[in-house]
Design a protein around this ligand. Structure first.
Ligand code: NAP
Length: 446
């Protein structure tokens, strides 16, 4: 892969990159099938990604006609890599085995190792014979909606497709590696003003937040809407608050430290609640919720923005869902895409039906939505909330930070890129967007 790196760094032509041979093996972060029981009996918090995520050489698989090899310059940690690395809620080898039964090409994925990672920025090295829109040398970012486009179910809103998968989580050959295998319909242009690691941070969380708030498939946020954003300085939340601000709404961010409050203020979010210092106890004990605590949250929101919120951007799940359903205004909507703190949810249904509220599920994004969200990054209207950068060798440490909620925004991972700061093709536009704005989270995390 070093030959590719030298070619990329010297801006080699498409033909020159196409002439470099694809290696037989590549360096990749992976978990192993024979280790799925390694954390049996431990609590989630005790399960340590540093023990289960390995970095080493794996074989380069054959390329299908609709796929591309991408040299991954940088990737990013998503929570799904945490789930894979702690084998929760299920070991991801079951996903690979199911994919393995679908076709000859699917069979490549059912291996005894799972190369993880659902974000990437890099350079196309080769394209399969059916790929029309991309060629070797193209600088790209990768979104993670992995869809079989031969199924009719994939042709309305592709995230609804019967066999939709998340690349690098429910498929093999993900982005935390020097090389990735992706479908051509996962490729998007790399934002020219960003470094590799800034460009790699966005696709998964940015597209998810875009669908939840902006798309016709989500809440269709209106100007003036008040939006409660849990984890507002985290991966999803840091994009959500930008969409609310861009769309003329008012975000109410919830975070868990004074440092995060300060970061959000600098990011332009005026109404911020520190849930730790507020000391909410939505659950009295494991089985009983406390409505007076929901009321206290509602009162805190009204004291900041004057009224109840139109939309709740929900992902913590069990710990917060009761409060989220309560806090939405009459007729409001609770958009949910996850359940970090537990997926068996409990809320008081009277608050839902009597006040005509809606709970709507959402999952990643279709190609159109991911493309439109990427375009906003390209235009400098959405900023990468990149707070820290690790090398691939230290991917376990990076995943540990996210697992233990020790991070802000996104954590980047350098794969082929030997150092931070490379890959900027349009420094003038970068200056126009503002170096300080682009690097706010990074300076805060440093
Ligand atoms: P993240 O970077 O870890 O951010 C999540 C934030 O949630 C944290 O920063 C934390 O903020 C807050 N949080 C955690 N536990 C909480 C609790 N018990 N109560 C209130 N707030 C809590 O993760 P992310 O990338 O935003 O992802 C969040 C979840 O969404 C994960 O479960 C992930 O798997 C899922 N996800 C789903 C999709 C999808 O397509 N369905 C896409 C992306 C992510 P504070 O501590 O500062 O409050």
């Amino acid at each position: 892969m070093q030959e590719f790196l030298s070619a990329i760094r010297s801006d080699a032509s498409s033909e020159e990159i196409a002439a470099i041979p694809i290696p037989e093996v590549y360096r990749a972060a992976h978990v192993r099938r024979d280790e799925v029981g390694m954390f049996d009996g431990l609590e989630s918090a005790e399960k340590d990604p540093r023990k289960s995520l390995h970095v080493g050489d794996v074989a380069v698989p054959e390329l299908a006609p609709d796929e591309a090899y991408v040299a991954v310059m940088a990737s990013a940690i998503n929570f799904n890599t945490v789930w894979t690395s702690i084998f929760e809620p299920l070991p991801t080898f079951g996903f690979l085995d199911r994919l393995g039964k679908e076709s000859r090409w699917g069979a490549r994925h059912a291996l005894d190792y799972h190369v993880v990672g659902s974000d990437a920025a890099g350079v196309v090295l080769r394209t399969g014979s059916a790929v029309r829109n991309w060629k070797p040398g193209d600088k790209v970012t990768v979104h993670c909606n992995y869809v079989d486009d031969q199924s009719p179910s994939a042709h309305d809103d592709s995230i609804l497709a019967d066999n939709q998968r998340i690349w690098g989580f429910e498929t093999n050959f993900g982005g935390l590696a020097d090389l990735a295998v992706v479908k051509a319909n996962q490729l998007m242009p790399k934002p020219r003003h960003l470094t590799w690691e800034e460009a790699a941070a966005n696709a998964l969380c940015n597209s998810t937040s875009y669908r939840m708030l902006v798309s016709k498939n989500g809440a269709q946020m209106q100007q003036g809407d008040k939006v409660l954003v849990w984890g507002a300085s985290g991966g999803l939340g840091a994009y959500a608050v930008q969409y609310v601000l861009n769309g003329g709404g008012t975000p109410v961010g919830v975070v868990s430290s004074p440092e995060k409050v300060e970061l959000l203020h600098e990011f332009g979010v005026d109404a911020v609640i520190d849930r730790k210092s507020a000391g909410y106890r939505f659950w009295k004990d494991e089985h009983t919720q406390d409505e007076s605590e929901w009321r206290r949250l509602g009162k805190d929101i009204r004291s900041l923005v004057g009224e109840d919120v139109d939309i709740v951007f929900e992902h913590p799940g069990r710990q917060t869902m009761g409060a989220s359903v309560f806090a939405a205004k009459r007729g409001g909507i609770i958009m949910t895409c996850a359940a970090t703190s537990g997926y068996m949810i409990e809320y008081d249904n009277r608050h839902l039906w009597m006040k005509l509220k809606t709970i709507k599920g959402s999952h990643f994004a279709n190609y159109r939505e991911a493309w439109d969200a990427n375009q906003l990054v390209c235009e400098g209207k959405i900023l990468p909330p990149l707070s820290a950068v690790y090398t691939l060798e230290h991917v376990g440490d990076a995943a540990y930070q996210v697992h233990r909620n020790l991070h802000e925004g996104k954590i980047g991972v350098l794969c082929l890129a030997p150092e931070e700061g490379l890959g900027i093709d349009d420094p003038e536009f970068r200056a126009e967007v503002g170096e300080d704005r682009i690097t706010l989270f990074r300076r805060h995390g440093a």
